[in-house]
Design a protein around this ligand. Sequence first.
Ligand code: PLP
Length: 391
Amino acid sequence: MNIRQLFQQHLAQTSPAPVGLHIVRAKGNYLFDDTGKQYLDLIGGISVCNLGHSRPEIIEAIAKQCEAYMHIMVYGELIQTPQVAYASALAAKLPASLNSVYFTNSGAEATEGAIKLARRLTCRPHIIACNNSYHGSTTGALAVMGDEYWRNAFRPLMPGVSHLDFNSSELIDNIDETTACVILESVQAEAGIIAPEKKWIQAVKKKCEEKGALLIVDEIQFGFGRTGKLWGFEHFEIEPDILLLGKALGGGMPLGAFISSHERMQSLTSNPVLGHITTFGGHPVSCAAGLAAFNLLLEEQVIAKVAQKEELFLSLLKHPAIKDVRSKGLLIAVQLDSAETVQTVLNRCLAEGVFSDWFLFAPDCIRIAPPLTITEAEIRQACSILLSSLS
Ligand code: PLP
């Protein structure tokens, strides 16, 4: 059997039609397949590779940490320099109330930990989530996911969750003394890029404060500069009570985090002790890679150029077949007339050497979420191929 057949046979499949390219190398903003063909990466591993692929500084940090040690103990018992250094670096760039980091393996686990923390702190039964939200695919995260098609086959789900519309006054009206938390994305990604109205999200935060509920903000997809600011919530001048990070957090290695105040996090140390356990969460190699990527992101002022690159995309993405373009920084949804058209265009782009994707809850939209390091020339090339694929 060749590698494609082995892939189909022995790797559990979830997609009825996987892209199925055999990628053997990735460098900068490009992927390379086993025939040597290169693909401009317009999705960065779904908002992970903010600095492109195979940055030497990140590889060096990984190699150095592997030489020192890899796994040595489950989370939270031994002092591991990369964990402490990265948590401190994150805290230095977050509001003072977000100064305690619990590192997980993934975004979904960060969601799980945050829900547990909110329940533990408030002892309340209800959770409010948004329609069209995505917070991960594990069972707790699935229960707060805002789309019935993706949830339904896995019932019964965690009880106590209400789903209400993002940007709706109904959501605010439903926050009461029984609400443990409201969980929402700073910008809805899988819905095809829906930004919150500033007044709305500020009102959600205010109502949470009044009723003693916690606001969990999921920046797993939008954190680390993708919106043009380091954190998406900065656009709306709110402070989450619990912040969720993942994806770009690990600099290309698996890492997630839920972050809150030291005081709140202390609740996980008693009744029960070890209130959240992970063997591999905060793996030292992932933390070393993440810290190296975080330092590069800040030192090279990558974020300062995001708005300009977004503008360039928007100025070029003009075509009669494009129904709408929604964006927040370098996450752009290009809406076409149907999911079928999107698939046709994606295939044409792939043939022309541009790799892109669609959105879970907006399959009629093409996803553009390139490494933030994409150059002006690459943006022009990508848009030219995209537009010719539409014709
Ligand atoms: N939250 C958001 C907004 C996401 O986009 C994702 C993943 O796409 C997750 C949570 C889950 O992260 P992971 O796939 O690392 O579990």
